[in-house]
Design a protein around this ligand. Structure first.
Ligand code: FES
Length: 616
C-alpha cells in the first residue's frame, strides 16, 4: 500500500513509496538513477540527496558521520539511509545521478525576462484587387507599420522570394518577424517565433529550441559533432583545414549540416518547421567558431595564437549554409583569445560571476581547460592544455561515458567497489571513474604522491614488464583481460591535472589572491559537472577548500547561449564582460615550469612561491 508520495527534482519524477522503503529504493522503482556504489550499505556516500520538504526518518550513524549539523539542517541525507514519513520533495544533485539520468539536467530553464532581437507581429492584410493592386511587399510593410506603429522599410530578399505564395496560402494572415526594422521572415498566423541556441563543442553539439516570445525552452538535444571524422581534437581539425581549402570547406559544411539537422529534429519534436527559426546563437571555442565561419585558422595554432576576429558577430544564417527562416541571423558571442572562446564567455554570463566581488574561480574542464578568476571587478583568464585523459583518451581502458564504463569507484583494503553506466558489465573507465580511481589509489597507498605505483599493494602487478593496478580482474570478467590503470595512465593523468592546477595557480598569482580567500569554485561542462569534487581535491587537481565552496554548474555554456538568444540585454552584458577580461598565456606566467612540476604531485597541498606545502 502506498504511504507517501516522493517527488524527485530536477528529473521531475514522482511516485508512491512505502514507509519501509528508502528514498534510494523508491528512486529505483521510479527509474530515477541515483548513484549507489556500496549498494545501500551507507558507506560510499555516493547517494547524497537534499530533502527539500516533508518529513523523513532520523539520521543514521553513517549520516551523522557524513554530514555536518548545518548540512543535515539543510536537508542533506543519504538516499539509502532515509525513509519518508510524509509526502516529500527531494533534490538529486547532478553528481549523485547515474550517467543516463544526467543528460536530463542539461536544459535548465532560463529565468531572465525575454527581450529578443526578433519580434513577430500578427497581421491581417487587405486582399489586393484590380481597384487596389498594391504590391505584396508594400501591402505588408504598410499594414505592419500602421498596425504596430513601426518604421520598417525593408524585406529580406530571401523572405521576399517566399512572401507572395505564403500570403496567399495563409489567406492574407501571417506574422511578420522583424529584426532591426527589417522583415526577415513571414511566419504562419498561429506559430511562435523560434530561436536556436547552440553550444558547438569539439565532441558534442548541444541544441536548445526556444520560444522567443516567452523565453521558454521547448526542446533540447545533444548530438555528436560529425567533424570528428577530421580528427578528435581541435589541432587535427586545424591541420586539416590548413592542409587544403577543400578540406576546410568540408569541415565547415559538416558543422552547418549538423546544426541544421539538430534544428530540424528539435522543430519536429514540437510540431514546427525549421523555417520558423528566426534567430540562432552559437557559442564554441575559438577554433570551432572560426571553422563554422570558414575563417582562417592557421594563426590560431601558432604563437601568439591570434584569432581572426574577437568581437561579437551577426551573420545571415544562409551565408553559413543553415536552413533556417530565409532572413534569419546567427549571433556569435565574442571570443576572448586563441584558446578561450565564446563558450567561456557564455559560461561567465550564465553563472553571473561578472556581477560578483569574488574571488571566484570559474573553470570548464575539457581537452583544453579554460579558467577565469574574478576578483573586485577584474577578470583574469587563461587556458591550459589538459589533454584528453579525463575524456578517456590516452588511457589504456579509458572510454567515453557510455554503457559499461566505470563511473564511480571506491577502494577499501584490497577490495574494489564500482558502479558502471547502465549497470552493465564493466568494459572500461570514463572520466569521472578515472578521477575517482586516481584519488582512491592514492588514499589506498597504491600510488605515492609522485604518482609511482606501489609494487607491494596486492592489486598491483607487473604485466608485460609494466606496472599496473587491477581494477577488475580477469576472473571477474569471465576470462576477458583485466581492466587496469597503468603507470603510464597515471603519468597522463598527472599531466592533465597538473595543467589545470597550474592554470588556477597562475591566475591566483596574477590577481594577488591566496587559496584561502577563494569564496567559490564554479566547475562547468559535461565532465566537471559529474566529477566527485572530493576526488579532484584529493589528487591536487583543485585547491583544498571546503566542499561547500564548490558549485558544479552543468552545461553553463549552453545556458549562456540561451540567455544571449532571448535577451539583447544579456548580449550587451556578454560584451561588457569581455571588455573586462585580461588574458594571460600560461607558458609565459612567472615560475610556470616550477609550478607545473609541483602541481603534478598527488595529494592535498598549497603551492607558494613555486613550492609545495602539504596539507594534513
Ligand atoms: S548507496 Fe548510500 S551510501 Fe552507498
Amino acid at each position: 500500500m502506498t504511504a507517501c508520495s516522493v517527488d524527485f527534482e530536477p528529473v521531475g519524477r514522482r511516485g508512491g513509496c512505502q514507509k519501509k522503503e528508502s528514498l534510494l529504493a523508491c528512486a529505483r522503482q521510479l527509474g530515477v538513477g541515483i548513484s549507489s556504489i556500496c549498494n545501500g550499505k551507507g558507506i560510499c556516500h555516493s547517494c547524497k540527496v537534499q530533502v527539500l520538504s516533508g518529513t523523513v526518518s532520523k539520521p543514521t550513524p553513517s549520516e551523522l558521520e557524513t554530514f555536518s549539523p548545518q548540512e543535515l539542517k539543510a536537508g542533506w541525507r543519504l538516499a539509502c539511509q532515509t525513509y519518508p514519513r510524509s509526502n516529500v520533495k527531494v533534490h538529486v544533485p547532478a553528481e549523485s545521478m547515474t550517467t543516463p539520468q544526467r543528460l536530463q539536467v542539461e536544459g535548465q530553464e532560463v529565468t531572465v525576462s525575454p527581450q529578443a532581437s526578433v519580434r513577430a507581429y500578427p497581421l491581417k492584410l487587405a486582399i489586393p484587387s484590380l481597384e487596389a493592386p498594391q504590391a505584396d511587399a508594400d501591402n505588408l510593410l504598410q499594414t505592419l507599420n500602421q498596425k504596430h506603429k513601426l518604421n520598417c522599410n525593408k524585406v529580406d530578399i530571401g523572405a521576399l522570394r517566399l512572401l507572395s505564395n505564403q500570403l496567399r496560402s495563409w489567406k492574407w494572415q501571417c506574422q511578420a518577424a522583424v529584426r532591426n526594422y527589417q522583415v526577415i521572415a513571414l511566419l504562419p498566423p498561429k506559430s511562435h517565433p523560434l530561436g536556436l541556441a547552440i553550444d558547438l563543442g569539439t565532441t558534442k553539439i548541444a541544441g536548445y529550441l526556444m520560444n522567443l516570445n516567452d523565453g521558454k525552452t521547448l526542446a533540447a538535444k545533444g548530438v555528436m559533432n560529425p567533424q570528428i571524422s577530421h580528427g578528435e581534437d581541435i589541432i587535427s581539425r586545424i591541420n586539416g583545414a590548413v592542409h587544403s581549402a577543400e578540406e576546410q570547406a568540408q569541415i565547415q559544411k559538416l558543422a552547418a549540416e549538423a546544426i541544421s539537422q539538430l534544428g530540424a529534429d528539435l522543430c519536429a519534436e514540437v510540431g514546427a518547421n525549421i523555417e520558423e527559426i528566426v534567430e540562432a546563437v552559437v557559442v564554441g571555442n575559438t577554433a570551432m567558431h572560426h571553422l563554422l565561419l570558414g575563417l582562417p585558422v592557421r594563426q590560431l595554432a601558432l604563437a601568439p595564437f591570434i584569432p581572426a576576429v574577437s568581437r561579437a558577430l551577426d551573420i545571415k544564417a544562409r551565408n553559413l549554409g543553415l536552413d533556417f527562416a530565409p532572413g534569419a541571423y546567427v549571433h556569435l558571442l565574442p571570443n576572448l583569445a586563441g584558446f578561450v572562446g565564446a563558450d567561456h564567455v557564455a559560461m561567465l554570463l550564465a553563472t553571473g560571476v561578472g556581477q560578483k566581488k569574488g574571488p571566484i574561480v570559474a573553470l570548464d574542464i575539457g581537452t583544453n581547460t579554460e579558467v577565469s578568476l574574478i576578483h573586485e571587478g577584474k577578470i583574469v583568464t587563461t587556458s591550459c592544455a589538459s589533454g584528453p585523459a579525463f575524456e578517456g583518451g590516452h588511457i589504456k581502458y579509458g572510454m567515453r561515458a557510455a554503457e559499461g564504463a566505470i563511473e564511480r569507484l571506491q577502494i577499501t583494503g584490497d577490495k574494489i567497489q564500482y558502479q558502471t553506466i547502465g549497470e552493465a558489465p564493466a568494459v572500461g573507465i570514463c572520466g569521472s571513474g578515472i578521477l575517482d580511481a586516481l584519488a582512491q589509489l592514492y588514499l589506498a597507498k597504491a600510488v605515492d604522491e609522485g604518482g609511482r605505483l606501489n609494487a607491494d599493494h596486492p592489486r598491483v602487478r607487473t604485466y608485460q614488464k609494466k606496472r599496473e593496478f587491477i581494477l577488475v580482474s580477469k576472473e571477474e570478467r569471465n576470462g576477458q583481460p583485466a581492466i587496469t590503470i597503468t603507470q603510464k595512465d597515471i603519468r597522463e593523468l598527472q599531466l592533465a591535472k597538473g595543467a589545470i592546477r597550474s592554470g588556477i595557480q597562475a591566475l591566483m598569482e596574477a590577481s594577488g589572491v591566496s587559496e584561502k580567500e577563494i569564496k567559490q569554485v564554479i566547475i562547468a561542462g559535461a565532465f566537471g559537472t559529474y566529477i566527485n569534487v572530493a576526488s579532484a581535491i584529493e589528487i591536487g587537481m583543485l585547491p583544498s577548500l571546503p566542499l561547500a565552496r564548490f558549485l558544479q554548474a552543468g552545461n553553463a555554456a549552453g545556458m549562456g547561449a540561451k540567455l544571449a538568444l532571448i535577451s539583447l540585454k544579456q548580449r550587451a552584458q556578454a560584451r561588457a564582460l569581455t571588455s573586462r577580461v585580461r588574458y594571460i598565456e600560461l607558458a609565459s606566467a612567472p615560475d610556470f615550469e616550477q609550478t607545473f612540476m609541483q602541481a603534478s604531485y598527488l595529494g592535498q597541498y598549497r603551492i607558494i612561491n613555486g613550492r609545495r606545502e602539504k596539507i594534513n
